[in-house]
Ligand binder design. Sequence first.
Ligand SMILES: Nc1nc2c(c(=O)[nH]1)N[C@@H](CN(C=O)c1ccc(C(=O)N[C@@H](CCC(=O)O)C(=O)O)cc1)CN2
Length: 285
Amino acid sequence: MTAQILDGKATAAAIKADLTTRVEALKARGCTPGLGTVLVGEDVGSQKYVAGKHRDSQQIGINSIQRELPASASQEAVEAVVRELNEDPACTGYLVQLPLPGGIDANRVLGLMDPAKDADGLHPTNLGRLVLGEEAPLPCTPAGVIRLLRQYGVQIAGAEVVVIGRGVTIGRPMPLLLTRRSENATVTQCHTGTRDLAAHLRRADIVIAAAGVPHLVKPEDVKPGAAVLDVGVSRDEHGKIVGDVHPGVREAAAWVAPNPGGVGPMTRAQLLVNVVEAAERSAGS
Ligand SMILES: Nc1nc2c(c(=O)[nH]1)N[C@@H](CN(C=O)c1ccc(C(=O)N[C@@H](CCC(=O)O)C(=O)O)cc1)CN2
């Protein structure tokens, strides 16, 4: 049996269509949302992601504010841009593209952001709110994963979920979302210190692979009927994406979110959701 594709592109397009109407309503009330991005360095992947975020924003009527600094920028220079965006009324939400170059203290930079303008849900106050079960902008990739599973009717409640990875954008917040009462999943978090990854994978109803290790998840380790979401990004010698999930998994699983075309577009769609919601909150709607 070949897995059903969890199509992130199509799902993201539907989310964007809904947001377009909400942006029009905001504009009619004199509030035009503006997405700010802070990009430090010349990493080609990060440049591509940021360009995609602005392209999406412009398509639905959100203004773009782009700040770029060289890889040699000092901590003070990056912090100055964050302070500027905190004060800029045209910027209703913004993000700092990660990873930041070595030598920049990313936690300090994120902590300086105005939590009300945090479009990524990665400010310590907003991550703390998530832990406490309070309303907060949600980290984009984990929220995109949940939305994609729901769109295709994959059962989350009661599911055994394995998350591979413990980074700040996906691995750390993903279990927080999955174990909310609204999702009710049981989560095992695996990482480079996990002794027997295959043993965990064989029990999983849902696998979320975000390790950045090419073809880490093999067909023989996937439980029949499982949903497998490929979030890991490595690149081959031609710059082509190689995911964490072996292509043969398509013949073993019931659902697969491919990479590209699965969770990536959902990450960008959730960013737009966060920007629109922040603008709606600040406009008092
Ligand atoms: N500040 C943040 N930094 C990073 C985040 C994040 O959520 N906030 N996540 C990742 C990268 N990321 C967003 O920034 C991201 C990754 C992938 C995609 C995407 O649309 N991918 C396409 C393929 C694009 C390609 O061909 O290279 C797809 O999957 O179809 C968007 C955003 C790390 N940093």
